[in-house]
Design a protein around this ligand. Structure first.
Ligand SMILES: N[C@@H](CCC(=O)N[C@@H](CS)C(=O)NCC(=O)O)C(=O)O
Length: 151
């Protein structure tokens, strides 16, 4: 591990992977925030101490909560592939400047995607940030496979 940490591209990957993973984890508390402020719960046990009438009001979905959940899910769809492809890419000996460019663009795109989704920014802002992030992952995969392709 200490030898790996001398690899600058790996260190950069570790930093950006931690940032996007923490961002993804934060979508949980964001969803909790919307659940409480929009009074929208999904599990009986979450409102067990309430009266039957209150339960009926609280056990419902709310568009803002569902939006935060979709945003979290979209992170899972994109950040997990980034993690695996980015790790292999970082270990394949890329130029540090190129690796940093990939990691920075991906991180900025995913942070922007969350803001665009939660703040309901007009399209195509969210779609563009999604495609930009995906493009970075494909670019890293291309760079990786062009070095290690072996069938
Ligand atoms: N699973 C995604 C695949 C395509 C995708 O990720 N699209 C981006 C840009 S439009 C998005 O933010 N989709 C909204 C979402 O996943 O909830 C979907 O159903 O939309």
């Amino acid at each position: 591990m200490s030898q790996l940490m001398e690899n600058q591209a790996f260190k950069a990957f570790t930093t950006y992977a931690a940032i996007v993973t923490l961002k993804m984890i934060l979508m949980g508390p964001v969803t909790v925030y919307f659940r409480f402020t929009r009074k929208s719960f999904i599990n009986e046990e979450d409102v067990a101490w309430m009266s039957e009438e209150q339960k009926k009001k609280l056990l419902k979905t709310h568009p803002d909560v569902e939006r935060a959940r979709r945003c979290h899910y979209n992170d899972l769809e994109n950040i997990i592939p980034f993690f695996f492809i980015g790790l292999l890419y970082a270990l394949s000996g890329p130029e540090l400047s190129s690796a940093l460019l990939h990691f920075r663009i991906f991180t900025a795109a995913r942070i922007f995607h969350s803001f665009a989704y939660i703040l309901v920014l007009p399209q195509p802002s969210r779609a563009l940030s999604y495609f930009l992030g995906m493009l970075v992952t494909f670019s890293m995969a291309y760079s990786l496979l062009s070095k290690v392709f072996f069938l």
